[in-house]
Every structure is written in structure tokens, then in C-alpha cells.
Design a protein around this ligand. Structure first.
Ligand code: HEM
Length: 312
């Protein structure tokens, strides 16, 4: 089971993304359809690599804690696969919401992922209910809907693999990844009422040119001051993020789908604790005064080799 060929967790952001979350229903065909699904995910990836190599298309498939036991997948579980427990600060809460299967579909050409989503949905509709579907898009030069470039301090090269994929600490699940997602809705009226200078203090970087503020200017409650964390011995702790904006100009609903891949969930959790409880407690992330987390779910992303085994 120690297959190390990972799914495409370290791919770079592209122009179009579809996120889907499904909830399994109790059905006698559960196991059989799940096996077919694992084979389909492998097939879809192989097919698009071959047919559209320039579109950087992929489907990354994650499985939640509840689904792992419903599907009677191998034990012991991946070491840190749990049901995410909410993190409640004085003012803001990182809520925990259900989700059994997560799909992260990426491509420069939207037609590719649209058809992938159709194939997955056709198969899943007999054993699961769709509980979330978000179509994210590349907004200008990788900006979040708040207007700031998002993704700059992501790790690259070997660091990208190291921080996104489980290593020797959990040999059975080596090459897998902890996927954490949150759907955020933004209060754009409140955000737009801030001057550019005030918005920059919320993020900790300049808006137009994406330059980090120096430590003596950067507010302690800015997003990057709280999200940038170190381990006990001063070592860097990072995750690989691929947030995507989404929105509907006519209804005024705008948001960010936060998505991260990590070799250990404890890093993501520590960032969330800093943001929601604050560091020190009470000094919470100012971005949360303009952004409400409406979902929060942890998944495990098996390797391609594990998917092959699960497919029967
Ligand atoms: C940095 C946006 C939620 C972790 C950033 C940056 C932006 C941003 C604009 C600066 C550029 C960059 O380095 O990427 C957002 C938005 C969010 C959100 C719009 C949702 C409303 C989160 C969450 C986490 C997180 C939930 C962690 C659990 C980070 C990290 C950095 C960062 C680690 C880099 C910090 C550094 O080393 O400078 N984010 N973010 N973000 N964000 Fe977020």
C-alpha cells in the first residue's frame, strides 16, 4: 500500500477550477460504485494528460473521515485524518461542516473540467448527494476577489513536494496529503469602504505590486503576520494553497474557496488557530472581519497507487 505516486496536489493554479463536495448515502451499492469512482478518477487524469497536455488539467480526489469508515477503507487510518473540530475565537469561528468526497478539478480550458464533473456526477448520483459545487476562476494576475494577489508565498520546487505530501512519518500513507477546505463569503461593501491603505494593513502587503510590509510597519493582526508560522525550533511550516475566487455580480455573493494541501494537518490547524483565536489570543486575523467561513472540512488525498487498490 506504500505507493508513492501522488495525485496532482502540487500542480500550480490554473484558469478554471470546479470544486465539488458529496455526501454518501447508505446504499447497498456503495462499495461497488466507490470502486468504479476510483477507477474513473485515474482514467480521467490519464485521458486528459494524454489528450490535452497543455491545459494542465487534473482531478484531485479527497476522502473525509466519515466516508473512510462508511467505505470500510484500510485501518489504521491516515494518522491525522479526523473529523475537523470547529475553532471558536471570541469573535469568529472556523466552522466544521460535513463532507465525504471532495473533487478539485483544474484546467486552463473549462470545457475539460466541466465534462469531468459531469462524468463524476453521473456515477455518484446513485450513492451520494451533492452538497457543494463552486466554479472558481483566475481573477487577473491570481488575485483574490479582495483585489490582492493570493499565493505569493507558496512553496516551490522540492519544498512544494515536501510540504504538500506525507513523508516517512506515516509509511502506509506516504505520498498522500491532508486537504483542508473552507468556503468564505466576503462582505464586499465593508471591504470597499476601506481605503487602499487600510486594506493593505489587513493583508500585510501592498495591493498593486504585492510587496510585503516590513516588520515594523506590518500590523500584528494582519493576515500574513498571523498565517506565517514557525515550528518550535524556528523551522518554517508551510502548506500549499490554491485558493480560488468565485462570485455572482448580480446577487452580490462573492467569496474565496480556501484550499490547502499539507504533509501534516497540524500546520494548517496552527494557522487557523492563529487566525481565529489570535496570537496572542484576542489578536485575531483582521481579514475575518470581512470574510466569513461557511464551511470547513478535512479530507485525505490518497496516492494514485492507493486509488488503484481501492478500485478493486
Ligand atoms: C497569504 C488571502 C485564508 C494561509 C495570503 C495572501 C493573501 C491571502 C492575499 C498574501 C499573498 C500570499 O502569500 O499568498 C487569503 C484569503 C483567505 C485566506 C482571501 C480567505 C478569506 C487563509 C487561511 C489560511 C491561509 C484559512 C490557513 C489556514 C496563508 C498563508 C499565507 C497567506 C500561510 C502566506 C503567509 C506568508 O508566509 O507570508 N492569503 N487567505 N490563508 N495565507 Fe491566506
Amino acid at each position: 500500500m506504500a505507493g508513492a505516486e501522488s495525485q496532482n496536489v502540487t500542480d500550480y493554479p490554473n484558469s478554471n477550477t470546479i470544486f465539488m463536495v458529496w455526501k454518501l448515502v447508505d446504499d447497498p451499492r456503495l462499495k461497488e460504485v466507490f470502486q468504479q469512482l476510483c477507477a474513473l478518477v485515474l482514467n480521467l487524469n490519464n485521458s486528459v494528460f494524454n489528450r490535452f497536455p497543455d491545459s494542465r488539467a487534473s482531478c484531485v480526489f479527497g476522502i473525509g473521515y466519515n466516508a473512510w469508515s462508511m467505505l470500510r477503507l484500510p485501518t489504521p487510518l491516515p494518522k491525522e485524518l479526523v473529523s475537523f473540530e470547529e475553532i471558536k475565537g471570541e469573535k469568529h469561528t472556523a466552522v466544521s461542516t460535513p463532507g465525504d468526497l471532495h473533487f478539485h478539478l483544474r484546467a486552463d480550458n473549462k470545457s475539460i473540467i466541466f465534462d469531468m464533473a459531469i462524468e463524476i456526477s453521473k456515477l455518484l448520483s446513485s450513492i451520494a448527494e451533492s452538497i457543494l459545487e463552486i466554479h472558481g476562476f483566475k481573477y487577473w494576475d491570481d488575485r483574490s476577489i479582495l483585489g490582492f494577489v493570493d499565493g505569493t508565498e507558496n512553496p516551490h520546487n522540492e519544498d512544494r513536494d515536501f510540504f504538500a505530501k506525507i513523508g516517512d512519518e506515516d509509511p502506509q500513507y506516504k505520498g498522500g496529503s491532508y486537504l483542508f477546505t473552507q468556503k468564505y463569503l466576503h462582505n464586499m461593501n465593508a471591504w470597499r469602504s476601506l481605503s487602499t491603505e487600510e486594506q493593505e494593513k489587513v493583508i500585510g502587503r501592498s495591493k498593486e505590486n504585492d510587496i510585503e510590509m516590513s516588520d515594523d510597519v506590518k500590523p500584528a493582526n494582519s493576515h500574513i503576520a498571523l498565517a506565517n508560522i514557525e515550528g518550535e525550533n524556528g523551522e518554517e511550516l508551510k502548506i500549499v494553497r490554491d485558493n480560488m475566487p468565485f462570485g455572482s455580480p448580480s446577487t452580490g455573493e462573492f467569496g474565496t474557496y480556501f484550499i490547502s494541501y499539507a504533509n501534516t494537518f497540524s500546520t494548517t490547524k496552527k494557522m487557523l488557530t492563529n487566525m481565529f483565536i489570535g496570537n496572542p489570543p484576542g489578536n485575531y486575523d483582521r481579514i475575518l472581519d470581512f470574510s466569513t467561513a461557511v464551511t470547513g472540512t478535512l479530507f485525505f488525498v490518497p496516492t494514485r497507487d492507493m486509488l488503484d487498490e481501492f478500485s478493486g
